[in-house]
Ligand binder design. Structure first.
Ligand code: ASP
Length: 324
């Protein structure tokens, strides 16, 4: 039997706080919507969960944002912090606390650009930390449990007792506690009573080639999302092209149909060198089948995912051209 001095130290989980409702504070406990995002630092979030006292956690606050304000600089900083933490042998995994509004975008970006042989688990909350029945503490405990579990890898999201692949997550409700879906792919697993139940394999997609050549945030190309709808106006696209858009994702109707005025403007943009992709504004299903228009399909990616993929494609192409 090892003496106390010899007993192995528990694996470390690094918790990185970025803000969001999970760190939000309202003036009244019954106020679920009128709060300030990111008011509470990461170490205080950890300290508020008694069950985490026995865990080896290092908490750091990277940002205190409402996640509607997340930008490339935050993504790059997060990626650097995660890589540094994962490289430490004593670290079992990383937990990122985040706002729910752009959780799926940060999760998708990290999924495509961060080597995660150990778990990187994003978590969030729909109710502020000051709420009568806040969901953040249990979500944080679940995320740490997942980050410590043996054999877990990839970018994952722990919310409401479910484990999502970062690549499949989408927010489907504006204020309900049960606000997320994994689309047709379904969740990867569940966490109940501190135990992990796995339903399918951990996410394992190869990284995007741009992961090796990501420039500083200031050098990222402008890529915008335009939604097609009844009575859509071509001027939206021409204004974006004039303002320097290098890529456009059209969130089309249904299975990727695009209003004829937008379609004409998008074709003009293509001729001017702008890369255009066509996704669906429907929350589930994406775009399947043969293209009904000359605009390439983004397949099953949601518009925000398609935007990140296009950003990465443009940055990879730019780096390849510079290397020639
Ligand atoms: N606006 C908040 C955020 O995304 C919403 C949340 O976290 O639930 O930061």
């Amino acid at each position: 039997m090892p003496s106390l001095a010899e007993s192995p130290s528990p694996p470390v989980v690094v918790v990185i706080g970025t803000g969001g409702t999970i760190a939000g504070a309202a003036l009244r406990a019954d106020d679920h919507v009128g709060y300030r995002s990111g008011a509470i630092a990461a170490d205080a979030l950890v300290a508020a969960v008694p069950a985490l006292a026995a865990h080896a956690i290092e908490a750091e606050t990277l940002a205190r944002l409402d996640s509607c304000d997340v930008d490339p600089a935050i993504w790059l900083a997060l990626r650097v912090r995660c890589s540094a933490a994962l490289a430490r042998p004593e670290v079992a995994g990383v937990v990122i606390t985040h706002g729910t509004d752009t959780l799926e975008e940060t999760a998708y970006f990290l999924h495509r650009t961060l080597a995660a042989p150990k778990p990187v688990v994003l978590t969030a909350a729909m109710r502020p930390a000051t709420a009568l029945s806040a969901d953040g503490p249990q979500n944080l405990l679940d995320a740490v449990t997942l980050a410590e579990a043996a054999g877990v890898r990839g970018v994952l999201v722990a919310m409401g007792g479910q484990v999502y692949a970062g690549a499949d997550l989408r927010k489907v409700h504006g204020w309900r506690v049960d606000a997320f879906s994994a689309g047709d792919a379904g969740v990867v697993g569940a966490l109940a009573d501190g135990k992990l139940r796995r339903y399918r394999s951990w996410p394992d997609a190869p990284l995007h080639p741009a992961a090796a050549v990501l420039p500083d945030a200031a050098a990222w190309p402008a890529v915008d999302i335009v939604t097609s709808h009844a009575g859509a106006r071509a001027e939206v696209i021409s204004a974006l092209v004039q303002a320097g858009a290098r890529g456009l994702v059209i969130a089309g109707t249904g299975n990727g149909t695009v209003h004829h005025t937008l379609l004409a403007a998008a074709r003009k943009a293509q001729v001017a060198g702008v890369v255009v992709r066509r996704a669906s504004r429907c929350q589930l299903g994406g775009v399947v089948g043969a293209p009904a228009t000359a605009l390439p399909s983004a397949g099953e990616l949601t518009p925000p995912q398609a935007r990140i993929e296009l950003l990465l494609d443009l940055m990879a192409a730019e780096a390849a051209a510079a290397a020639r």
